[in-house]
Design a protein around this ligand. Structure first.
Ligand code: M6R
Length: 366
């Protein structure tokens, strides 16, 4: 049932070209420049007029929420707040009937996320669920929603569920932008055409597996690891760090690259691997100066770069290439090598990749 792979996690990583395709099926029409989301259609009028969206989730799903914040604000121009469900539920948050709450959960059974939904619902908010498991509690508690259709995820570390959540949020951002008129039709056509090719690009990103394995061998004995990114590369960094710590037990932290000088830079020495999301997008030059800061302190730099990059290659100790894509799709592509990197490190350290210690696939207690 692992389909010839050693672990479910690896199988699920390799399933992503297909799972993302399944997630988009019947939802995008690139030639027409149209996004169709049956699950939230009846709320179109509401979505055109809302003042803000609150996203609630835990763990990896919360990281997907952060990516969603970038996309929704960029394209639909609706302010978004992303909250840890566990914090949100115990505050006295300001929620009104005008709010839309998007709850993201692979399992649809996470206790804190469910409690956050219940509280927002009592205060009159409209709840959209983004869920992978059909018929789970969260879709039942929600007013409307969109399934991720990634198929069952067995590995405790979330991989294909994350990229499917990000895909759904991308679709929602484009859908809302289209409805609100904050995107031109020609831009939407070009974005959807590119989105349609993302599964193929993920396939190409997976082909770096051998190089990633070599990098994994070099850093597998590290005690710590930093992941840095800017813009939507920041949630990718957080996700890379979470993946590494949960399956390899290496202490890892994700940080916005520019925040490094406000503290974490003190940690940098020759023992510290620093993984940069250094693809060619709007923050490329800034990330390059952050890489220089790390190199000047003898840190070991592993960079996720755009195919054909030459600048970062001059400085980084190891580079892993991903195909070029519009910035909107950077999180979908840049996450792939980070999943493989943690996987190989964990295997090399002899860890139980699919069932890491102290963790459960769905966290049904608070
Ligand atoms: O099922 P959910 O998406 O609600 O789960 C949330 C987290 O427990 C989950 O993403 C967790 O962080 C994963 N093990 C991360 O890989």
């Amino acid at each position: 049932e692992k389909g010839g792979f050693d672990h479910f996690m690896l199988k699920e990583i390799y399933e992503q070209p297909r799972s993302i395709r399944d997630c988009m099926r019947g939802r995008i029409y690139p030639e027409e420049g149209k996004v169709q989301l049956g699950g939230i259609k009846e709320f179109v009028e509401k979505l055109k007029n809302i003042d803000r969206i609150i996203i609630v989730a835990c763990g990896t799903s919360w990281h997907a929420g952060l990516v969603g914040e970038y996309l929704i604000e960029e394209y639909a121009r609706i302010p978004v707040e992303v909250e840890y469900a566990s914090e949100f539920r115990y505050r006295n948050p300001i929620i009104t009937e005008k709010d839309v709450v998007i709850a993201i959960s692979q399992s649809g059974e996470t206790a804190d996320t469910m409690a956050a939904i219940e509280m927002a619902k009592e205060r009159g908010a409209t709840i959209f669920g983004i869920c992978n498991v059909a018929g789970a509690s969260i879709p039942r508690l929600s007013h409307a929603g969109v399934y991720t259709h990634a198929g069952p995820e067995i590995g405790v570390a979330s991989t294909k569920a994350f990229t499917a959540q990000v895909t759904v949020l991308t679709l929602m951002a484009f859908y809302m932008a289209q409805q609100k008129g904050t995107i031109t039709q020609s831009k939407l056509i070009s974005l959807l055409t590119e989105l349609d090719s993302i599964p193929d690009k993920i396939q190409i990103a997976l082909e770096s597996n051998d190089i990633i394995k070599e990098v994994a061998a070099k850093i597998k004995d590290s005690r710590n690891c930093l992941f840095l990114g800017r813009g939507s590369g920041f949630p990718v960094a957080l996700e890379g760090a979470l993946k590494l710590k949960e399956i390899s037990y290496i202490h890892a932290e994700g940080y916005p690259a520019a925040e490094m000088k406000h503290g974490p830079i003190a940690l940098i020495d020759e023992e510290m691997p620093v993984v940069f999301i250094a693809t060619q997008n709007s923050s490329y030059e800034k990330v390059i100066s952050n890489i220089q800061e790390v190199k000047a302190r003898k840190g070991k730099v592993i960079a996720i770069v755009t195919k054909g990059d030459t600048e970062v290659k001059k400085m980084a100790d190891y580079c892993i290439e991903i195909p070029d894509a519009d910035e909107a799709f950077l999180p979908l592509l840049a996450t792939i090598p980070l999943q493989l990197l943690s996987y190989h490190i964990a295997v090399m350290r002899g860890c139980n990749v699919d069932q890491p210690r102290n963790l459960a696939k769905s966290v049904t207690v608070e």
